[in-house]
Design a protein around this ligand. Structure first.
Ligand code: MHF
Ligand code: KIV
Ligand code: MG
Length: 272
Protein backbone atom coordinates (compact mmCIF):
# COMPACT_ATOMS: atom_id res chain seq x y z
CA UNK A 1 0.00 0.00 0.00
CA UNK A 2 1.43 3.38 -0.94
CA UNK A 3 0.39 6.97 -1.11
CA UNK A 4 -0.79 7.34 -4.67
CA UNK A 5 0.50 10.06 -7.05
CA UNK A 6 2.69 11.92 -4.56
CA UNK A 7 3.72 14.63 -7.07
CA UNK A 8 1.73 17.74 -6.37
CA UNK A 9 0.00 18.75 -9.55
CA UNK A 10 -3.50 20.10 -9.07
CA UNK A 11 -6.43 17.98 -10.14
CA UNK A 12 -8.81 19.89 -12.41
CA UNK A 13 -12.04 18.97 -14.16
CA UNK A 14 -9.85 18.29 -17.22
CA UNK A 15 -7.74 15.82 -15.23
CA UNK A 16 -10.91 13.85 -14.47
CA UNK A 17 -11.78 13.79 -18.16
CA UNK A 18 -8.26 12.51 -18.96
CA UNK A 19 -8.56 9.80 -16.31
CA UNK A 20 -11.79 8.57 -17.87
CA UNK A 21 -10.17 8.78 -21.31
CA UNK A 22 -7.40 6.40 -20.31
CA UNK A 23 -9.62 4.14 -18.22
CA UNK A 24 -8.11 5.05 -14.85
CA UNK A 25 -10.71 5.12 -12.08
CA UNK A 26 -11.29 8.30 -10.11
CA UNK A 27 -11.16 8.19 -6.30
CA UNK A 28 -13.32 10.58 -4.32
CA UNK A 29 -14.12 10.99 -0.61
CA UNK A 30 -15.95 13.55 1.46
CA UNK A 31 -14.29 15.90 3.97
CA UNK A 32 -15.80 18.69 6.03
CA UNK A 33 -12.89 20.05 8.06
CA UNK A 34 -9.25 21.10 7.75
CA UNK A 35 -7.53 18.26 9.61
CA UNK A 36 -9.39 15.46 7.84
CA UNK A 37 -9.02 17.12 4.44
CA UNK A 38 -5.22 17.31 4.92
CA UNK A 39 -5.06 13.53 5.34
CA UNK A 40 -7.45 12.80 2.46
CA UNK A 41 -5.50 15.10 0.13
CA UNK A 42 -2.12 13.68 1.19
CA UNK A 43 -3.35 10.15 0.44
CA UNK A 44 -3.85 11.05 -3.22
CA UNK A 45 -7.63 11.21 -3.54
CA UNK A 46 -8.50 13.13 -6.72
CA UNK A 47 -11.83 14.65 -5.68
CA UNK A 48 -12.81 15.89 -2.22
CA UNK A 49 -16.52 16.53 -1.86
CA UNK A 50 -17.68 18.88 0.84
CA UNK A 51 -20.98 17.01 0.97
CA UNK A 52 -24.21 18.20 2.52
CA UNK A 53 -23.88 14.85 4.35
CA UNK A 54 -22.12 17.18 6.82
CA UNK A 55 -25.69 17.74 8.00
CA UNK A 56 -25.75 14.09 9.18
CA UNK A 57 -22.12 13.45 10.00
CA UNK A 58 -21.03 16.78 11.48
CA UNK A 59 -24.27 18.14 12.91
CA UNK A 60 -26.26 15.00 13.77
CA UNK A 61 -29.34 15.81 11.71
CA UNK A 62 -31.43 12.95 10.36
CA UNK A 63 -31.37 14.28 6.78
CA UNK A 64 -29.32 16.62 4.60
CA UNK A 65 -32.15 19.16 4.43
CA UNK A 66 -31.35 21.41 7.44
CA UNK A 67 -27.78 22.41 6.53
CA UNK A 68 -27.51 26.04 5.41
CA UNK A 69 -25.47 27.76 2.72
CA UNK A 70 -23.48 29.60 5.42
CA UNK A 71 -22.66 26.29 7.11
CA UNK A 72 -21.59 24.71 3.80
CA UNK A 73 -19.32 27.70 3.14
CA UNK A 74 -17.74 27.31 6.61
CA UNK A 75 -17.00 23.60 5.95
CA UNK A 76 -15.79 24.31 2.40
CA UNK A 77 -13.38 27.06 3.48
CA UNK A 78 -11.84 24.73 6.07
CA UNK A 79 -11.33 22.02 3.44
CA UNK A 80 -9.92 24.40 0.81
CA UNK A 81 -7.29 25.67 3.27
CA UNK A 82 -6.06 22.09 3.73
CA UNK A 83 -5.94 20.92 0.14
CA UNK A 84 -2.88 21.10 -2.11
CA UNK A 85 -3.86 18.75 -4.90
CA UNK A 86 -7.45 17.48 -4.95
CA UNK A 87 -10.36 19.08 -6.78
CA UNK A 88 -12.71 20.50 -4.13
CA UNK A 89 -16.41 20.17 -5.02
CA UNK A 90 -19.12 21.59 -2.74
CA UNK A 91 -22.77 20.52 -2.51
CA UNK A 92 -25.25 23.33 -2.97
CA UNK A 93 -27.56 22.71 -0.01
CA UNK A 94 -31.30 22.10 -0.15
CA UNK A 95 -33.22 25.29 -0.89
CA UNK A 96 -30.29 27.25 -2.31
CA UNK A 97 -30.75 26.46 -6.02
CA UNK A 98 -33.94 24.57 -6.88
CA UNK A 99 -36.56 26.37 -8.88
CA UNK A 100 -34.85 29.76 -9.09
CA UNK A 101 -31.81 30.12 -11.32
CA UNK A 102 -30.92 33.58 -9.96
CA UNK A 103 -30.74 32.17 -6.46
CA UNK A 104 -28.73 29.21 -7.75
CA UNK A 105 -26.21 31.56 -9.32
CA UNK A 106 -26.02 33.68 -6.16
CA UNK A 107 -25.48 30.58 -4.01
CA UNK A 108 -22.79 29.15 -6.30
CA UNK A 109 -20.96 32.48 -6.46
CA UNK A 110 -21.00 32.78 -2.66
CA UNK A 111 -19.46 29.31 -2.37
CA UNK A 112 -16.74 30.07 -4.93
CA UNK A 113 -15.97 33.55 -3.56
CA UNK A 114 -16.16 32.86 0.17
CA UNK A 115 -14.65 29.34 0.35
CA UNK A 116 -12.27 29.19 -2.61
CA UNK A 117 -13.72 25.86 -3.79
CA UNK A 118 -13.29 24.70 -7.39
CA UNK A 119 -16.77 23.45 -8.33
CA UNK A 120 -20.30 22.86 -7.06
CA UNK A 121 -22.67 19.88 -7.14
CA UNK A 122 -26.45 19.96 -7.58
CA UNK A 123 -29.04 17.18 -7.27
CA UNK A 124 -31.45 16.53 -10.12
CA UNK A 125 -31.85 16.60 -13.90
CA UNK A 126 -34.46 18.29 -16.09
CA UNK A 127 -36.13 19.94 -13.03
CA UNK A 128 -33.03 22.04 -12.30
CA UNK A 129 -31.89 22.61 -15.87
CA UNK A 130 -32.19 26.42 -15.75
CA UNK A 131 -30.24 26.63 -12.50
CA UNK A 132 -27.43 24.45 -13.82
CA UNK A 133 -27.22 26.45 -17.07
CA UNK A 134 -27.10 29.75 -15.19
CA UNK A 135 -24.33 28.62 -12.81
CA UNK A 136 -22.31 27.16 -15.70
CA UNK A 137 -22.70 30.42 -17.64
CA UNK A 138 -20.88 32.21 -14.81
CA UNK A 139 -17.90 29.92 -15.34
CA UNK A 140 -18.53 27.76 -12.30
CA UNK A 141 -17.98 24.04 -13.00
CA UNK A 142 -21.02 21.95 -12.06
CA UNK A 143 -21.20 18.28 -11.12
CA UNK A 144 -24.60 16.59 -11.41
CA UNK A 145 -26.10 14.05 -9.01
CA UNK A 146 -28.74 11.53 -10.14
CA UNK A 147 -30.40 8.41 -8.72
CA UNK A 148 -30.91 8.55 -4.96
CA UNK A 149 -30.81 12.29 -4.37
CA UNK A 150 -31.08 12.67 -0.58
CA UNK A 151 -32.44 16.23 -0.71
CA UNK A 152 -35.61 14.62 -2.15
CA UNK A 153 -35.90 11.97 0.58
CA UNK A 154 -39.42 13.10 1.55
CA UNK A 155 -40.51 12.61 -2.06
CA UNK A 156 -38.93 9.12 -2.22
CA UNK A 157 -39.99 8.09 1.31
CA UNK A 158 -37.02 5.68 1.73
CA UNK A 159 -33.30 5.41 0.96
CA UNK A 160 -33.97 2.32 -1.18
CA UNK A 161 -32.26 1.80 -4.54
CA UNK A 162 -33.60 4.08 -7.33
CA UNK A 163 -34.32 3.53 -11.04
CA UNK A 164 -35.08 -0.19 -10.80
CA UNK A 165 -38.14 0.30 -13.00
CA UNK A 166 -37.77 1.09 -16.67
CA UNK A 167 -39.52 4.49 -16.59
CA UNK A 168 -37.22 5.88 -13.89
CA UNK A 169 -34.16 4.33 -15.57
CA UNK A 170 -35.09 5.98 -18.90
CA UNK A 171 -35.52 9.35 -17.16
CA UNK A 172 -32.13 8.94 -15.48
CA UNK A 173 -30.47 8.24 -18.83
CA UNK A 174 -32.08 11.29 -20.44
CA UNK A 175 -31.16 13.45 -17.41
CA UNK A 176 -27.55 12.23 -17.61
CA UNK A 177 -27.38 13.12 -21.32
CA UNK A 178 -28.97 16.51 -20.59
CA UNK A 179 -26.45 17.32 -17.83
CA UNK A 180 -23.61 16.41 -20.20
CA UNK A 181 -25.09 18.44 -23.05
CA UNK A 182 -25.48 21.61 -20.99
CA UNK A 183 -21.88 21.35 -19.80
CA UNK A 184 -21.54 19.51 -16.47
CA UNK A 185 -18.04 18.09 -15.99
CA UNK A 186 -19.26 14.89 -14.35
CA UNK A 187 -21.97 13.44 -12.16
CA UNK A 188 -22.58 11.35 -9.08
CA UNK A 189 -24.79 8.28 -9.53
CA UNK A 190 -26.16 7.19 -6.17
CA UNK A 191 -27.77 3.84 -5.31
CA UNK A 192 -28.89 2.64 -8.74
CA UNK A 193 -28.56 -0.81 -10.36
CA UNK A 194 -25.01 -1.65 -11.52
CA UNK A 195 -26.26 -2.42 -15.03
CA UNK A 196 -27.73 1.09 -15.36
CA UNK A 197 -24.46 2.64 -14.14
CA UNK A 198 -22.57 0.66 -16.80
CA UNK A 199 -24.95 1.78 -19.54
CA UNK A 200 -24.82 5.47 -18.53
CA UNK A 201 -21.05 5.50 -18.02
CA UNK A 202 -20.47 3.97 -21.45
CA UNK A 203 -22.84 6.42 -23.14
CA UNK A 204 -21.35 9.52 -21.52
CA UNK A 205 -18.09 11.24 -22.44
CA UNK A 206 -17.90 12.88 -18.98
CA UNK A 207 -17.02 10.82 -15.89
CA UNK A 208 -19.54 9.25 -13.51
CA UNK A 209 -18.73 8.85 -9.81
CA UNK A 210 -20.70 6.09 -8.13
CA UNK A 211 -21.88 5.43 -4.58
CA UNK A 212 -23.85 2.21 -4.29
CA UNK A 213 -23.85 2.18 -8.09
CA UNK A 214 -21.64 -0.84 -8.78
CA UNK A 215 -18.17 -1.28 -10.29
CA UNK A 216 -18.69 0.33 -13.68
CA UNK A 217 -18.85 4.00 -12.71
CA UNK A 218 -15.74 5.95 -13.77
CA UNK A 219 -14.99 6.63 -10.11
CA UNK A 220 -16.20 5.89 -6.59
CA UNK A 221 -17.09 8.08 -3.63
CA UNK A 222 -17.77 7.29 0.03
CA UNK A 223 -18.37 9.40 3.10
CA UNK A 224 -15.02 9.45 4.94
CA UNK A 225 -16.50 8.80 8.39
CA UNK A 226 -18.31 5.73 7.04
CA UNK A 227 -15.27 4.16 5.33
CA UNK A 228 -13.01 4.81 8.34
CA UNK A 229 -15.57 3.20 10.65
CA UNK A 230 -16.01 6.32 12.78
CA UNK A 231 -19.71 6.20 12.07
CA UNK A 232 -20.80 2.82 13.43
CA UNK A 233 -24.53 3.01 12.86
CA UNK A 234 -24.43 3.56 9.07
CA UNK A 235 -23.97 0.22 7.35
CA UNK A 236 -25.61 0.04 3.94
CA UNK A 237 -24.56 -2.83 1.69
CA UNK A 238 -22.51 -0.56 -0.60
CA UNK A 239 -20.19 0.53 2.21
CA UNK A 240 -16.75 -1.05 2.62
CA UNK A 241 -15.06 -0.28 5.95
CA UNK A 242 -11.30 0.28 5.65
CA UNK A 243 -10.70 0.84 9.35
CA UNK A 244 -12.44 0.55 12.71
CA UNK A 245 -11.63 4.02 14.00
CA UNK A 246 -14.61 4.01 16.34
CA UNK A 247 -13.01 1.28 18.47
CA UNK A 248 -9.49 2.70 18.12
CA UNK A 249 -10.70 6.11 19.29
CA UNK A 250 -12.85 4.62 22.06
CA UNK A 251 -9.93 2.61 23.45
CA UNK A 252 -7.55 5.57 23.30
CA UNK A 253 -10.00 7.87 25.06
CA UNK A 254 -10.88 5.28 27.71
CA UNK A 255 -7.13 4.80 28.31
CA UNK A 256 -6.75 8.58 28.76
CA UNK A 257 -9.64 8.68 31.24
CA UNK A 258 -8.02 5.86 33.19
CA UNK A 259 -4.62 7.62 33.21
CA UNK A 260 -6.19 10.82 34.51
CA UNK A 261 -8.10 8.99 37.25
CA UNK A 262 -5.01 7.06 38.37
CA UNK A 263 -2.72 10.12 38.30
CA UNK A 264 -0.62 8.43 35.59
CA UNK A 265 -1.09 11.44 33.29
CA UNK A 266 0.67 13.82 33.25
CA UNK A 267 4.02 12.48 34.44
CA UNK A 268 7.23 14.41 35.21
CA UNK A 269 8.35 14.73 31.59
CA UNK A 270 4.92 16.02 30.65
CA UNK A 271 5.06 18.81 33.24
CA UNK A 272 7.06 22.10 33.53
N1 MHF B 1 -22.97 9.13 6.74
C1 MHF B 1 -23.54 9.30 5.55
N2 MHF B 1 -23.15 8.52 4.54
C2 MHF B 1 -23.72 8.65 3.31
O1 MHF B 1 -23.32 7.90 2.38
C3 MHF B 1 -24.70 9.65 3.12
C4 MHF B 1 -25.07 10.47 4.20
N3 MHF B 1 -24.48 10.26 5.41
N4 MHF B 1 -25.99 11.45 4.08
C5 MHF B 1 -26.43 11.83 2.77
C6 MHF B 1 -26.54 10.68 1.88
C7 MHF B 1 -27.66 9.74 2.23
N5 MHF B 1 -27.20 8.49 1.68
C8 MHF B 1 -27.75 7.27 2.06
C9 MHF B 1 -28.61 7.22 3.16
C10 MHF B 1 -29.12 6.03 3.58
C11 MHF B 1 -28.81 4.90 2.93
C12 MHF B 1 -29.39 3.65 3.53
O2 MHF B 1 -29.76 3.65 4.68
N6 MHF B 1 -29.47 2.57 2.91
C13 MHF B 1 -29.87 1.39 3.61
C14 MHF B 1 -31.37 1.20 3.72
C15 MHF B 1 -32.12 1.71 2.52
C16 MHF B 1 -33.55 1.19 2.40
O3 MHF B 1 -34.48 1.81 2.97
O4 MHF B 1 -33.71 0.20 1.69
C17 MHF B 1 -29.18 0.25 2.93
O5 MHF B 1 -29.09 -0.80 3.56
O6 MHF B 1 -28.66 0.43 1.83
C18 MHF B 1 -27.97 4.93 1.84
C19 MHF B 1 -27.45 6.13 1.41
C20 MHF B 1 -25.83 8.63 1.22
N7 MHF B 1 -25.35 9.81 1.89
C1 KIV C 1 -22.62 10.89 -0.80
C2 KIV C 1 -22.18 12.06 -1.60
C3 KIV C 1 -22.26 11.81 -3.06
C4 KIV C 1 -22.90 13.32 -1.22
O1 KIV C 1 -23.64 13.93 -1.95
C5 KIV C 1 -22.69 13.83 0.15
O2 KIV C 1 -21.78 13.33 0.86
O3 KIV C 1 -23.40 14.76 0.54
MG1 MG D 1 -24.77 15.40 -0.93
Amino acid sequence: MSVHNPDIKRVTTHTLQELKGRGEKISALTAYDYSMARVVDAAGVEVILVGDSASNVMAGHETTLPITLDQMIYHAGSVVRAVKRALVVVDLPFGSYQGNSSEALRSAIRIMKESGAHAVKMEGGQEIRESVVRVLSAGVPVMGHLGLTPQSIYKFGTYAVRAKEDAEAQKLISDALLLQEIGCFGMVLEKIPATLTKQVSEQLQIPTIGIGAGPDADGQILVIHDMLGINKEFKPRFLRRYADLHNIMLEAIAHYVDDVKTNDFPNETEAY
